[in-house]
Design a protein around this ligand. Structure first.
Ligand code: AMP
Length: 183
């Protein structure tokens, strides 16, 4: 079974489809026995994802820096909550725990974490796979930008391909299933 590190919003977004995608992923991870590694929050897409896994008896590891480890932000239902000194230690710990990375809808924090994961793949610091779930076209502009960077010579086609982009949750779940069988 794999440990899947998911980066996602501390806000829920404005469309019900964002929460629905997080719930589907959470149920799938729980039922297939994978462990979620995530930012430890209780709010937004983070909270929805963690709740879906916990409600289905799945395994969750939260990794949260001490300045965010406050009752209104940290998920109180996650038994395995690791509190780090700062963001640097948190990210190092999340990477050390992860077998693969997924980004769900989110904002700055999600993008920062996603691009660190894919940049470290480019630098051959790790060989883990990285995927994005592009719910309701939220990341369309990002995909266009990455294609343009490839077109204009700033991203090699191999590095561009390293970031998998799925529009449908079912495709993402198939990718997770395939990951597990190759481990
Ligand atoms: P954002 O996309 O800007 O909402 O940031 C979400 C990402 O940043 C998550 O994957 C978390 O790792 C981290 N993060 C941001 N806000 C929080 C929070 N309140 N509690 C825990 N993690 C957070």
């Amino acid at each position: 079974m794999a440990r899947i590190c998911v980066f996602c919003g501390s806000r829920p977004g404005d469309r019900p489809e964002f929460a629905e995608a997080a719930e589907l992923l959470g149920i799938y991870l729980a039922e297939s026995g994978h462990t979620l590694v995530y930012g430890g929050g209780s709010t937004g897409i983070m909270g929805i994802l963690a709740d879906a896994i916990l409600q289905n008896s799945g395994k969750v590891i939260g990794v949260i820096p001490q300045h965010l480890a406050r009752p209104e932000l940290m998920h109180s239902g996650v038994a395995d909550m690791r509190i780090t000194i700062d963001m640097h230690e948190r990210k190092a710990m999340m990477h050390s725990l992860a077998d693969a990375y997924i980004a769900l809808p989110g904002g700055y924090g999600t993008l920062e974490e996603l691009f660190e994961a894919v940049t470290w793949a480019q630098l051959e610091i790790h060989t883990r796979e990285v995927a994005v779930l592009n719910v309701c076209g939220l990341f369309n502009g990002l995909v266009t930008m990455l294609d343009e960077m490839t077109e204009q010579g700033f991203l090699s086609p191999d590095c561009r391909r390293h970031l998998k982009v799925f529009s449908a949750t079912a495709q993402l779940l198939e990718w997770v299933a395939a990951l597990a069988t190759t481990r």
